[in-house]
Structure formats: structure tokens, C-alpha cells
Design a protein around this ligand. Structure first.
Ligand SMILES: *Cc1c(COP(=O)(O)O)cnc(C)c1O
Length: 310
């Protein structure tokens, strides 16, 4: 398996950053691997090691129909010679993400939303008697996932005043925060919730660490909720791409970067600050807004077709 690690850090050039006296960089975890992109590789790394050390040959995990985590798990299992099963929330559907999961050898089981709530019960229902089965929580949320994500920080060769990161389960954020605390860095971690009602994310992080003033949770950039988007968000993603040649996804990284720009415009970031945005990947999410985004900018059709061919 070819992984592009350490992932590159690039400076983002935009007149607004110069005007506000800020240096802004982006860590391109989206370039780690086309299918196991971004934080998903980091979250799976130690889970895979644990499965293998326990001689488990069958990864079982959970996600929605557009889950980047399902896709990453399917691909990682295939590369490691393991079986995989994805338990998918909701009635049976088909889309690029699920097709790719299937192509990577993943068995898909669709389940109603009510049953989906209790992952452990679902696992027991299907795999109680399968000694090879290894449980991986939705989104890879786990102490192993936190540890893997904390390694992102070891790859940096300079310190930052602010780090921005999108959150779904906040496992990635917990990993970054772990490293900030362990290395006693003076870095402010800005977590941007991709979901409505993201206040619960603080509790998720507190499962791993006590929280201090170096952590800020932004809950107002969800654009209607998880996997919801607005024309304003999609227009931002288009203009960011034109400015930087970097694609963002509408579920996570688009919202994170929108928040960063918004806080810059509102002068919430002190002049002289050095800022790092984590590009956690997830570009397949763009396929979920294909029609909407192509309606705004027909040029995006070609860009999205290239995504499908990867
Ligand atoms: C899954 C995902 C996230 C969320 O990561 P958590 O560790 O669950 O908070 C963020 N960005 C992208 C692109 C993702 O696919």
C-alpha cells in the first residue's frame, strides 16, 4: 500500500491573509491515499495493528451511505488481506462510495436507523459466533484512532498559533489535542463541527483528555447539519478551488475552511498568527452534491468525473 506520508504542508496564498497579517498553511492529508484518505488512514493504523495482533481477519464497522470511513476500512482491509463488513445506516441504496466499498471486497449490510443506534448489539447479532470478527466503531472512534491522529503533529516542522480541524466524532481533534498537551504547545485548536448540535463533541474529547483554554469548539458552521450544504458553502468551495487549486468536500473540510475564512474576516485571529488547516480528505463527499455544484459552476463536472476514476 503506497501512502504519501508525511503529508505535505503548503502555504495558502490569498490577499485577505496578507491584509490581516496572517500566515495560513494547509496540511494535505487528503493526499495520503486516494481511497484511504486523510484522517481515516490515521484512525485505522493502530486499529489494524490491533486486529492483526489478535489474529482477527475480518473487520466489521459502521457508517452512513456516504461514509468515508466505510470506504477507507474496505480499502485498508483489502490491502491487508482481511475481510470487511460494513453495516450501513438506512434502507438499501447505491452510490459511488458504496460501489467502491463493494469493489474493495466489503460485504454491506443495511440496517434500519433504530437498530443502527446500538452498534455493539448489531455486531453481536451478526458476528457473536465469528471468532475472526473485529469491531471498529463508527468513524474509527477509539483510543487507537486518537493515537494515530496525534502522529499528524509529529510531522510538523514548525509551531502554529492556531490549528483548524473539522469534526464528526472528534477523534481526529482529540489526537491533535493530545499532542498539543503532551508537547506543552501554545497552540489553539479550533474544532469545527460538521454536525448540528455539535456541543456533544466536547464530551467526546473529554473521554480522552481534560480540556483547557487551548481548545475552541465552533458549532455555528454546520450549514444545516451533517452532510447538509447550502449554495453559499458550495460557492465557497468553488472559489477556494479557483484560488488555490485545492478541492474541499462539502461535509467536513469545506465547513472547516469556511469557518477559518469567516474568523479571519471578523478579525478573530491576531495579526502575526501562523495558522494551520488540516485537510482531512473526504473528496468523495463532493459526489453527493454533484448536481447542485455543477448547476452553480458547470466546469465542476469534469473535476468530479476525475474523482470517480480514481
Ligand atoms: C471522517 C472525516 C472527518 C471527521 O473526523 P472525526 O475524527 O470523526 O472527527 C473530518 N473530515 C473528513 C474529510 C472526514 O472524512
Amino acid at each position: 500500500m503506497q501512502l504519501n506520508l508525511p503529508s505535505p504542508v503548503q502555504q495558502l496564498i490569498d490577499p485577505i491573509f496578507a491584509e490581516k497579517g496572517l500566515e495560513v498553511y494547509i496540511k494535505r492529508d487528503d493526499l495520503i491515499h486516494p481511497l484511504i484518505s486523510g484522517n481515516k488512514w490515521r484512525k485505522l493504523k493502530y486499529l489494524l495493528q490491533k486486529a492483526q495482533s489478535e489474529n482477527k481477519s475480518h473487520l466489521v464497522t459502521f457508517g452512513g451511505a456516504y461514509s468515508n470511513h466505510l470506504l477507507a476500512t474496505a480499502a485498508a482491509a483489502q490491502f491487508s488481506g482481511l475481510h470487511s463488513t460494513g453495516i450501513v445506516r438506512g434502507e438499501e441504496v447505491s452510490n459511488e462510495t458504496l460501489k467502491q466499498c463493494h469493489a474493495s471486497g466489503m460485504t454491506l449490510i443495511f440496517t434500519d436507523r433504530e437498530s443502527y443506534r446500538d452498534k455493539q448489539a448489531l455486531f453481536n447479532h451478526y458476528f457473536k459466533n465469528d471468532a475472526d470478527a473485529f469491531f471498529i466503531d463508527e468513524g474509527g472512534a477509539s483510543a487507537e484512532g486518537v493515537l494515530g491522529c496525534s502522529e499528524l503533529m509529529d510531522e510538523l516542522d514548525q509551531e502554529f498559533d492556531h490549528i483548524f480541524c473539522a469534526a464528526g466524532t472528534a477523534t481526529t481533534a482529540a489526537g491533535i489535542y493530545q499532542s498539543i498537551k503532551n508537547h506543552e504547545l501554545n497552540t489553539q485548536l479550533n474544532i469545527v463541527s460538521a454536525l448540528k448540535g455539535g456541543e456533544f463533541l466536547l464530551e467526546e474529547i473529554q473521554k480522552y483528555h481534560s480540556i483547557d483554554e487551548r481548545l475552541t469548539l465552533h458549532t455555528n458552521y454546520h450549514f444545516g447539519g451533517y452532510a447538509k450544504s447550502t449554495d453559499e458553502l458550495l460557492e465557497f468551495i468553488i472559489s477556494f478551488y479557483k484560488q488555490t487549486n485545492i478541492l474541499l468536500d462539502p461535509v467536513y473540510t469545506g465547513k472547516m475552511m469556511f469557518a477559518l475564512y469567516d474568523l479571519v474576516k471578523r478579525n478573530h485571529l491576531k495579526p502575526g498568527s501562523r495558522i494551520l488547516a488540516i485537510h482531512t480528505g473526504g473528496l468523495m463527499g463532493l459526489l453527493g452534491v454533484k448536481e447542485k455544484i455543477c448547476k452553480i459552476d458547470p466546469d465542476f463536472k469534469q473535476i468530479l468525473e476525475q474523482l470517480c476514476q480514481k
